[in-house]
Ligand binder design. Structure first.
Ligand SMILES: Cc1ncc(COP(=O)(O)O)c(C=O)c1O
Length: 362
C-alpha cells in the first residue's frame, strides 16, 4: 500500500523528544519559545505564537485580528471545515465566495462580486489550498480597496511563496497547522504568525486563558498552548522543511510530466511565479467512483479533498446556507482526487502511481 501521507521521523526528532522527557518540562517551555522564533523567522514574520493545533491557531488568529461576534468574514467553501468553523467560534458569520477551477483557491473576481453585494463584510479568510498560494496581487488590491482584515490559513502552505514572498506574511495574521499529514509536523500543533505587536499580545493572552501573570486573567482566553514535546518535534522538522518541500515539488513535476497528456484527467495548475509546496497533488476526473476503486485495488492511497463544499455540510445547512450554490466549488467537489506526492515516495512508487493512473482508461 502506498499511503497518501507519511510523516518522516528520524533520529533528530527522537533525540529532541528524549531531551524533553529527560528535562521533565513537558508542557510549555523553552522548546516552544525556540520553535516560535525559528518558525516565524523561516517565514519572514516578526512574531510566532504556537498553539495546540491548526484550528486553535485559526480561532486565535481571527480573534486577535479583531473579528468579533456578528462580523461577516468572506472565505472559501472549498477547504477543510476547520477554516470556516474558526469564524463560527468567534460568533462571526462566514460568507462564501467561489473558487478558481485550476488552482482550487478563492477567486478574486468572485470576492469582488461578494464585496459589492455586501458592504458589511469586514474580514477575508483566504486558504492557500494544497500548498498553492492564492492570487495575492489581486487579493491585496481588494483588501486595500475594501479595508478588509486579511487572515491567511496556511495549514497546507508551509514555505509556499507568491512571487518570492512567503505565504503567511500578506495578512494581518496567519495560521498554520502541524498535523502529521502536513508538510511538516509536531504531532498535533499550530502557530499564529503576525508582524503586528498588538495582535501578538492578544494572541498570547488568548492561547493562555487570558493570562500573562500566573492566575491573573485579563480576558476570556483558552488553553490552546503547544507543548514542549510537540515543539521539539517541530524544531527537528523545521530543519528539513525546505528539503521536504523540494522533494514534494520534484514528485509533483514527475507526476505532471507523466500524466498531463491524458485527456480524461486534469493535473493541478501552477503558475511559474508561485512556489507551490504540494501539500496535495489533486487531479480532476469525471468517473471518480470508478477511479478511486481502481486506486484501492492497486494499493494506492488517495484522498478526496473535499467531497462537499463547506456550506453543504449538514452543520452549515442547519445554519441557513441551504439556498447557497457556488458552481465551481460544487463541480470540483465531485471531481477531485488527491494522489500521493509526499516526500517519502520512492522512484518505484512514483512509477507505480503513474502506471496505475494511466491504466484506468487504457
Ligand atoms: C486548510 C486547513 N485549515 C485548517 C486546518 C486545521 O488544522 P488542524 O487539523 O491542525 O486543527 C487544516 C488541517 O487539517 C487545513 O487543512
Amino acid at each position: 500500500m502506498i499511503p497518501i501521507a507519511k510523516p518522516i521521523i528520524t533520529e533528530s526528532e527522537k533525540r529532541n523528544i528524549q531531551e524533553v522527557m529527560d528535562s521533565g518540562i513537558l508542557a510549555s517551555g523553552a522548546y516552544v519559545s525556540e520553535f516560535e522564533e525559528k518558525f516565524a523567522e523561516f517565514c519572514g514574520s516578526r512574531y510566532g505564537i504556537a498553539t495546540s493545533n491548526g484550528t486553535t491557531a485559526l480561532h486565535v488568529a481571527l480573534e486577535a485580528a479583531g473579528i468579533k461576534k456578528g462580523d461577516k468574514v468572506l472565505t472559501t467553501p472549498f477547504t477543510f471545515i476547520g477554516s470556516s468553523n474558526a469564524i463560527l467560534y468567534c460568533g462571526a458569520i462566514p460568507v462564501f465566495a467561489d473558487v478558481e477551477r485550476d488552482t482550487f483557491n478563492i477567486d478574486p473576481e468572485d470576492i469582488r462580486k461578494k464585496l459589492e453585494a455586501d458592504p458589511e463584510i469586514k474580514g477575508l479568510l483566504i486558504v492557500h489550498l494544497f500548498g498553492c498560494p492564492c492570487k495575492m496581487d489581486e487579493i491585496m488590491e481588494l483588501v486595500d480597496e475594501y479595508k478588509l482584515i486579511l487572515i491567511e490559513d496556511c495549514a497546507q502552505a508551509h514555505g509556499a511563496k507568491y512571487k518570492g514572498e512567503n505565504a503567511g506574511t500578506f495578512g494581518k495574521v496567519s495560521a498554520f497547522s502541524f498535523y502529521p499529514t502536513k508538510n511538516m509536523t509536531t504531532g498535533e500543533g499550530g502557530i499564529v504568525l503576525t508582524d503586528d505587536e498588538e495582535v501578538m499580545k492578544k494572541a498570547r493572552l488568548l492561547v493562555n486563558h487570558g493570562s500573562e501573570k500566573r492566575y491573573y486573567h485579563e480576558i476570556l482566553g483558552y488553553n490552546y498552548r503547544m507543548t514542549n514535546l510537540a515543539a521539539s518535534i517541530g524544531l527537528a522538522q523545521l530543519e528539513k522543511l525546505n528539503e521536504f518541500n523540494e522533494k514534494r515539488r520534484e514528485n509533483a513535476r514527475y507526476l505532471t510530466e507523466h500524466l498531463e497528456d491524458l485527456d480524461w484527467l486534469t493535473v493541478p495548475h501552477c503558475a511559474p511565479e508561485y512556489y507551490h509546496v504540494y501539500h496535495q497533488y489533486t487531479v480532476q476526473v469525471e468517473e471518480r467512483d470508478d477511479f478511486v476503486r481502481m486506486l484501492q485495488e492497486k494499493g494506492i492511497g488517495y484522498g478526496i479533498h473535499y467531497p462537499l463544499p463547506v456550506y453543504k455540510q449538514p452543520l452549515y445547512q442547519k445554519l441557513g446556507y441551504e439556498d447557497l450554490s457556488l458552481k465551481v466549488s460544487e463541480e470540483l467537489s465531485e471531481r477531485v482526487v488527491s494522489i500521493p506526492v509526499h516526500p517519502s515516495l520512492t522512484a518505484e512508487e512514483l512509477e507505480t502511481i503513474v502506471q496505475a493512473v494511466r491504466s484506468f482508461r487504457e
